[in-house]
Design a protein around this ligand. Structure first.
Ligand code: AMP
Length: 415
């Protein structure tokens, strides 16, 4: 099915094709049509479903690109709220990419904290068509009288569950109170806990519900595997896997900023072009690392959970959990960075004697049945230091020769 029957203008259909979208994804089919009909929409979609373009395309159709002279000072027509700076930058890039061929080109402003507010205030002075913002910085700008939300026509809350997870509920309540009564509102979330449902009830009027989370054809194709390894051998194993299987781009997750620095440094010393990515780096440096990763100027990024939120690198073949995530939910977020846009992905988790019990919990919560295997030359010798980490291995050990080996799986996934 092409984009045009959804009601998009020919210029936006052309923009979608130019972005490489041959046909709308299921979430796009349902959302684009509903937004263009002026309805509020509640979108339940997982990462990689194409949800950003699902709201970006109709938003671009709805805003009337104003010539600079006609823009009302400090006014904005559409607002997209996102939980992190990375996601703000990414959504801004998607909007700008799709808008580039329109005439006139709508003005899109991206604002987030952690950088000076002054250039953002200057940028909004003459008004803008679409603002992509994190909640705290948006409120700072409102408080500085740099932006007025009174003429908003459309509001999108993207990744609402993460907005709430990150403690933005007070900011969200303030923002919702500032919205004009008649704005058209969209709420996207991967999960719907009580807080998200309450927010949806406050924000949305008789919404169209779009749910594509469980549709088998939109579930990312991610092969998952677990390797038992000694704690101190993980960096060497990582290097070995990257080199042996020729992984072109690898996103490695670690538990701390310190670990991100150390592991990236060791990989660099071993001849790999690796960079750390975490919340203590300047915004400029973080953006540069992501740009370099996307442009293949570096091939390994060693990231913490915080810094990795919102990363979207199409053709990210491999995610490695060097340190296991704290929760099953974090596991889902992490591995969702690969296998995007219909491509196959591979998620590899390193499991040490001390983290094996934790791995079993993640496995159980995820409903996984992954064989814990060892890689030749890296067979673990450590024993668990804490009693909780001791678990019964029966039936779970990766006995070589009896099941497909780690290498067989990795080869199959890389093929
Ligand atoms: P999202 O779920 O918005 O983060 O999008 C995931 C990825 O899917 C992005 O890399 C998009 O460029 C890509 N994408 C979005 N829409 C389509 C489409 N209709 N066809 C193919 N790829 C798409």
């Amino acid at each position: 099915m092409p984009f045009s029957p959804l009601g998009l203008s020919s210029a936006l259909c052309a923009a979608a094709h130019a972005a490489g979208f041959a046909a709308p994804t299921p979430v796009q089919q349902a959302t684009i049509a509903a937004v263009l009909q002026g309805r509020d929409v509640l979108v339940r979609a997982q990462t990689g479903s194409g949800k950003t373009a699902a709201f970006a395309l109709p938003l671009l159709q709805q805003v009337l690109p104003q010539q600079a002279a006609r823009r009302a000072p400090r006014r904005v027509q559409a607002l997209v709220l996102v939980p992190t700076r990375e996601l703000a930058a990414q959504v801004g890039d998607v909007l700008k990419g799709l808008a580039a061929g329109l005439s006139p080109v709508p003005k899109i402003s991206v604002v987030f904290g952690g950088v000076s507010i002054n250039p953002q205030m200057m940028g909004l002075r003459g008004g803008t068509d679409i603002v992509v913002a994190t909640p705290g910085r948006l409120l700072d700008l409102v408080d500085h009288n740099a932006i007025h939300l009174s003429e908003l026509k459309t509001v999108v809350l993207d990744e609402a569950d993460r907005l709430l997870d990150q403690g933005f509920s007070e900011e969200l309540a303030r923002i919702v109170a500032l919205l004009p009564a008649q704005s058209q509102n969209l709420l996207c979330s991967a999960t719907f806990g009580p807080q998200v449902s309450a927010l949806a009830q406050t924000l949305l009027r008789d919404p169209v519900r779009v749910e594509v989370q469980d549709a088998p054809d939109t579930r990312p194709d991610i092969a998952q595997s677990a390797i038992a390894v000694d704690t101190r051998a993980r960096t060497q194993l990582l290097r070995h896997l990257i080199q042996q299987y020729g992984w072109s781009r690898t996103l490695v997750f670690v538990a701390t900023k310190y670990a991100a620095e150390i592991v990236a440094d060791k990989l660099r010393k071993a001849g790999l072009d690796a960079e750390p990515l975490h919340g203590q780096l300047s915004q400029g440096k973080r953006s540069q690392v992501l740009d370099d990763f996307k442009a293949s100027r570096i091939s390994v990024v060693v990231a913490t959970d915080l810094a990795a939120r919102g990363i979207d690198v199409v053709e990210l073949p491999v995610v490695v959990n060097y340190d296991l995530p704290r929760s099953a939910d974090d596991y889902t977020h992490r591995i969702g960075r690969t296998g995007r846009a219909g491509q196959a992905g591979l998620a590899v988790s390193f499991v040490t004697a001390d983290t094996e019990a934790h791995w079993r919990l993640i496995e159980k919560r995820q409903g996984l049945d992954v064989v814990l295997e060892a890689v030749e030359g890296f067979e673990p010798t450590e024993v668990a230091a804490s009693p909780q980490a001791l678990v019964d291995h029966s039936g779970n050990g990766g006995v070589k020769g009896k099941r497909p080996s780690k290498k067989d799986k990795l080869r199959a996934a890389a093929a």
